[in-house]
Design a protein around this ligand. Structure first.
Ligand SMILES: [Zn+2]
Length: 277
């Protein structure tokens, strides 16, 4: 070596390679033991995995503990075990995807991630959060999600990230129409879909005790809970109406019958309902 504290000394580089008999026969272990190992390596109960990044390029993953605190990558065990081979990947998949909440910055990110994941692994998802809905990706994103037959929790936080004063109240029924369409096409009932959906940041109100609120459902405030219940009741009615309207339109198009426009003129039906097969 010519530089540094070892200057003047010779270096011998050895690269140890395990003999065949020294390799650990992981797949020879009983399935229960392998499952225990998957659980220990991959499972972080109550943790969120947030996926974000630019819409083209690398998808980044960030882990958050149940209290919402970011956990640096080096404090999370590696998921590289899952990439060892096909069998291990299949066996270990539920330990990552069924045991954590997957949070997407927006529907485009969800679409990208689910395309990458493929339907087999998407099936394992049970809990999903989507922060922003984009018209450009919402249909595809929820179509991809519809194969997640074990999904029980879908949190939608559209408008949550807008500045507090902006007060943008979305057309929730129309935002949710494609969500219902995708998930119901996969065999779920409207009730089932409605029950799994939580909406955050949807309603503004105030409470004498807690002050102004914007529904985030984390607080123990009766007024906030009541405002949310009222919001949901109305939303359910509105969604039923929207879906029925969209289905009627679809029927009309099938029959080729003209529908009345708002101006009362008769015109051929155009499908802007977004309810085609
Ligand atoms: Zn209160």
């Amino acid at each position: 070596m010519t530089h540094g504290p070892y200057a003047g000394l010779h270096v011998l580089v050895l690269q140890p390679e395990p003999d065949e008999h020294e390799k650990f026969p992981f797949l020879d272990l009983p399935a229960e033991i392998r499952n225990m190992i998957y659980s220990l390596v991959l499972e972080r109960p109550g943790y969120h995995i947030r996926l974000s990044g630019k819409h083209s390029g690398t998808i980044q993953t960030f882990w958050y503990n149940p209290k919402g605190r970011y956990i640096p990558r080096d404090q999370i065990y590696s998921t590289s075990l899952m990439r060892v081979n096909k069998q291990i990947s299949v066996e270990s998949t539920p330990y990552l995807f069924s045991r954590h909440t997957f949070e997407f910055t927006d529907s485009t990110m969800m679409q990208r991630f689910l395309e990458y994941l493929g339907p087999e692994r998407t099936k394992s998802l049970v809990s999903v959060v989507v922060n922003q809905q984009y018209a450009i990706s919402i249909r595809q994103a929820y179509d991809l999600l519809s194969v997640a037959t074990s999904l029980t929790k879908l949190e939608i936080t559209t408008s949550y990230w807008y500045p507090y004063g902006a007060h943008i109240l979305l057309e929730w029924p129309s935002v949710l129409l494609p969500v219902f369409h995708s998930l119901c096409s996969a065999g779920r009932s409207r009730d089932e879909v409605f029950d799994m959906i939580t909406i955050k940041g949807a309603v503004r109100g105030s409470c004498p005790e807690h002050g102004t609120f914007r529904i985030d459902l984390d607080k123990d405030c009766k007024n906030e809970i009541k405002a949310y219940e009222n919001f949901r009741k109305k939303l359910r009615d509105d969604i039923d109406q929207e879906i029925d309207k969209a289905e009627a339109k679809k029927e009309a198009i099938k029959r080729g019958s003209p529908v009345k426009t708002r101006a009362g003129r008769k015109t051929k039906a155009v499908d802007y309902s977004g309810m085609e097969d």
